[in-house]
Write a protein that binds this ligand. Structure first.
Ligand code: UDP
Length: 308
């Protein structure tokens, strides 16, 4: 197959490019390198089945020849970046999705949208199942990300309805692993790098808020299963093991055997208090469950950041 991946040089995109090449496909990676990095795909540049295009998907994209899958990952997905670049975030989520849908329609390709647990906002239901409609502040600081992904989902299902496009939508919960950017501000990369550099660990609020962390290899396996499954409604992918942020800090400290102190900082505005996926549908429709325990995944991620 010939697959186009936007955000292909980003954290998740780069792992997906590698896996699809391994399976014998041709991959076109599109990235504007705002948060993606050439380093993430530098080892693929020699592969004649891999093509890298520098392009901002908020602008239209024309590709010669057939495409079988169009997979839209491009986004400023970390709160640090989307809070800094709200307009760009809205453009990649909304205009970028529209452009990818247009391309998929033109090629009669299967379209994949990388959606997010943020569509549930600061959820009032727990754990979050796909049926939950969410609790999002439409003009809050996180709305550029949350609402652009909600809009992207709406765009996707409008194309399915009007143009009979074959679509897949995955709501991705917190994911971590190698190829995360060191300075992207997310909790796993922050804690590991703070500890490795002997700095204080920054906990926002009291650290009582929860997240559940999925290792990248598990997520990639789920995404590929979703592409080949006969299921076109939104589907949660994430690890349902819920943990307090302070618990994560303690775990990282123990794994690196560090004496870093914990520094408490103000909780960011609209920071979701609890997040945990209900993955009943993924289990049923994809026969997928995450396999990598947090400790094992953290050790691999620590090794990655050490090697950088
Ligand atoms: N967080 C923290 N310290 C940090 C970075 C993040 O306590 O240095 C908290 C943040 O407030 C949030 C959680 O960790 O409650 C996860 O944040 P992240 O930026 O990784 O992603 P989110 O799940 O909020 O999109």
């Amino acid at each position: 197959m010939r697959v186009l991946i936007t955000g292909g040089a980003g954290f998740i995109g780069s792992h997906l490019c590698r896996k699809l090449l391994e399976y014998g496909n041709s991959v076109i990676c599109v990235d504007n390198f705002i948060t993606g990095s050439k380093d993430n795909v530098s080892d693929l540049l020699e592969n004649k089945e891999f093509k890298l295009i520098e392009h901002d998907i908020a602008d239209e994209l024309y590709i010669d020849g057939q495409l079988d899958w169009v997979m839209h990952f491009a986004s400023l997905a970390s709160p640090r970046y989307y809070l800094k670049h709200p307009i760009h975030t809205l453009k990649s989520g909304l205009l970028g999705t529209h452009n990818c849908l247009g391309l998929a329609k033109e090629k009669r390709a299967k379209f994949f949208l990388a959606s997010t647990s943020e569509v549930y906002g600061d959820p009032l239901e727990h754990p979050q199942s796909e049926q939950y409609w969410g609790n999002v502040n439409s003009i809050g600081v996180r709305s550029c990300y949350d609402e652009s992904k909600r809009g992207a989902e709406a765009f996707t299902y409008a194309y399915k309805k009007m143009h009979d496009l074959d679509v897949r939508v995955v709501r991705i919960f917190n994911t971590y692993g190698p190829n995360m950017q060191k300075d992207d501000g997310r909790v796993v990369s922050n804690f590991i790098n703070q500890v490795l550099e002997g700095e204080d660990i920054t906990i926002y609020g009291k650290g009582e808020q929860t997240r559940s962390f999925c290792y990248i290899d598990d997520l990639i396996a789920g995404i590929i299963k979703m592409m080949v499954a006969d299921y076109s409604l939104p589907l949660n992918l994430g690890n349902p093991t819920e943990l307090k942020v302070i618990g994560l800090a303690q775990m990282v400290k123990v794994l690196i055997k560090s004496k870093s102190k914990i520094k408490f900082l103000p909780l960011p505005e609209d920071d979701p208090q609890r997040r945990c996926p209900d993955i009943t549908k993924a289990k049923k429709h994809l026969k997928w469950t995450p396999k990598v325990p947090l400790k094992k995944g953290l050790i691999r991620t620590i090794e990655y950041f050490k090697s950088k």
